[in-house]
Design a protein. Structure first.
Length: 256
């Protein structure tokens, strides 16, 4: 896999616990979702790259993490509690902290670890609904796992489609502002904010278009409050902060 293409499904496993099962599960997921959608460390990390950094980036950019748990998984975890390079613990903890969908896969007679048995940064794992996979019912079990993954990826595709449509509409707003159609731009922003009220760039454009639409007739205190509300939302995003501060500075210079 090219390093610029991170897997959307990350498979976390311990070699001493479940290497054979991990390979088998990966083969089925790859056949169903495609090679570029699956990240398994052995096959996905190019020679010469920093193993830890690639793993962290892959986990952070995935949509689903599959945590394969065999009969020795918990014992190995306990043995490596003081090991800063226990990558399995790092992988799962990273996914949980970023609220990435984590699907525990219990192999054969393995049981779900209880919260009291897990370190603090893995305790949430005990609350994740697991998929059980047995060697004697592998086909039907793997089908259930693929359905669970497909459900999440399907939602992600829909979100990506919605985000793309929103970006196109934002480009329309920017075009109207550039064409000095400030009132039209402001009204379109209000319509978009109805479904995306915390969108940082959209709030910035709303403040700008409102400011430009009425600056010539003068701003009242309530107008300034409206603009500041939208600009302050944009201030939460680092890459928009300088522009947002410049707009606030312009308002203060002219009207305060």
């Amino acid at each position: 896999m090219n390093t610029s293409q991170k897997g959307r499904v990350f498979i976390s496993y311990r070699r001493a616990d479940s290497a054979a099962y991990a390979g088998r599960i990966t083969d089925h997921l790859t056949a169903h979702f495609g090679e570029d959608a699956i990240f398994l460390d052995v096959n996905s990390i190019e020679a010469g790259l920093d193993f830890v950094k690639v793993l962290e980036n892959a986990v952070q950019s995935c949509d689903v993490l599959i945590a394969i748990i065999g009969s020795q998984w918990l014992d190995i975890l306990n043995q490596r509690l003081g090991d800063s390079e226990d990558f399995v613990r790092i992988e799962i903890a990273t996914a949980l902290s970023r609220e990435i969908r984590v699907i525990p896969v219990l192999l054969d007679d393995a049981v779900m670890p209880q919260s009291i048995e897990l370190p603090e940064n893995l305790k949430l794992l005990s609350r994740r609904n697991a998929v059980q996979i047995h060697h004697y019912s592998f086909k039907s079990d793997i089908d259930r796992l693929m359905q669970a993954v497909e459900s999440k990826l399907g939602n992600t595709k829909e979100n990506q489609k919605n985000e793309k449509n929103l970006q196109l509409k934002i480009e329309e707003v920017i075009s109207r502002i550039k064409g000095r159609r400030y009132e039209d731009a402001y009204q379109q922003c209000l319509s978009l904010l109805a479904q995306n009220k915390d969108h940082h760039l959209l709030n910035l454009l709303t403040g700008i278009s409102y400011f430009m639409s009425i600056e010539e007739i003068g701003l009242e205190d309530e107008d300034i409050a409206i603009i500041e509300k939208h600009i302050n939302t944009a201030l939460r995003r680092d890459e928009l902060r300088s522009t947002a501060l410049a707009i606030l500075g312009c308002i203060k210079d002219r009207f305060l």
